[in-house]
Design a protein around this ligand. Structure first.
Ligand SMILES: O=C(O)CCC(=O)C(=O)O
Ligand SMILES: [Fe+2]
Length: 335
């Protein structure tokens, strides 16, 4: 059964009451692993500019884009070259993407010369650098609230070495509108969880993003005749960044869709959920920008003391963030 939409909690980054905000974040991360973030400091004009530049890049001829093909996780990945659900037998995902990374272990944007030429796309690089910096800044501020939500000091993740110079990856995405006639199911992005601490996603407002939830807050999970929980449901046809601002009519900016990544799930011993999500093709072209906030590569991610006990021992061994990320990225590419 497909549910149409899910109401995600709304978190205000400028709320004057960090304690109640942290409480709301905790609830969201335990229940769904997703929430909307508003008042994040990335203004609407910049957001529009990035979206425009995003469209311009993907409308370049394929041979131009292929000149910037992915090296060291920076640059262009063509249609079907990536498959986020590594267990699936379907073909690669129906999306093309462009990765912009920071310098290893530094908050400086560095794309190892994988940039479109200034003559071809004027101001493209500076727009992306600006956006990268601002989203990183919002993410770092959010991490302090996440620490509070875990009953830790607000600088916990900084002290753990995660945030001094975190890795920030901005991924521009384009999902073509035409639906492929194929025997196989084709996904825009097949089911996956994100790898890092947090993801801050902005979209052009076109739907298709869905999350897999085992039970909605307050909702009684149906059980089958066997007495087992019914299988998780895909929800959220309408998880769109702009949906809320349209409803509210008063916001002059869009909300980010934020979700918890696997490293945060490891830290919290699965208290905070790194929820599976996917993008289904809708027949409508779609653009999005996902910003992955990952810990400094040297940071060791290990179960928080407050998240384990004798009856709930750590489920994952400690791991260096850089190694973990490398491993996960390696298996994602079809070619
Ligand atoms: O494009 C989207 O809305 C989601 C993309 C996503 O989940 C990802 O790239 O990890
Ligand atoms: Fe994702």
């Amino acid at each position: 059964m497909m549910r149409e939409s899910i109401q995600l909690p709304i978190i205000d980054l400028t709320s004057p009451d960090p304690i109640s905000t942290a409480r709301a974040i905790r609830q969201a991360c335990v229940d769904v692993g997703f929430f909307y973030l508003i008042n994040h400091g990335v203004d609407e004009r910049l957001f529009k500019k990035v979206l425009e530049q995003n469209k311009k890049f993907f409308s370049l001829p394929l041979e131009d884009k292929m000149k910037l093909v992915r090296r060291n996780h920076r640059g262009y990945t063509p249609l079907y070259a990536e498959k986020l659900d590594t267990s699936s037998t379907s073909q690669g995902d129906s999306k093309e993407s462009f990765y912009i990374g920071s310098l290893e272990g530094k908050s400086v944007v560095s794309n190892l010369n994988q940039w479109p030429a200034e003559e071809v796309l004027p101001s493209w690089r500076s727009t992306m650098e600006d956006y990268h910096r601002r989203v990183l800044d919002a993410g770092i501020r959010l991490i302090s609230l996440i620490a509070l939500a875990l009953d830790l000091d607000e600088d916990f993740f900084h002290k753990a070495g995660a945030c001094d110079s975190p890795n920030g990856f901005l991924r521009l995405l384009h999902y073509p509108g035409e639906l492929q006639l194929s025997e196989q199911v084709v996904y825009g992005a097949s089911a996956h969880s994100d790898y890092g601490m947090l993801t801050l996603l902005a979209t052009d407002g076109v739907g298709g993003l869905q999350a897999q939830l085992t039970g909605l807050p307050g909702e009684i999970q149906p059980t089958s005749d066997m007495g087992r929980c019914a299988s998780p449901q895909w929800v959220g046809q309408s998880i769109t960044a702009n949906g809320r601002s349209r409803r509210r009519k008063c916001q002059n900016f869009s909300a980010f869709i934020v979700n918890i990544g696997d490293m945060m799930e490891r830290w919290t011993n699965c208290l905070f959920r790194s929820t599976l999500h996917r993008v289904m093709p809708t027949g409508q072209e779609r653009y999005s920008m996902a910003f992955f906030l990952d810990p400094n590569p040297d940071c060791v991610v290990e179960c928080l003391k407050s998240c384990c006990s004798d009856s709930s021992p750590p489920r994952f061994p400690p791991i260096r963030a850089g190694e973990y990320l490398e491993e996960r990225l390696k298996v994602t590419y079809v070619s």
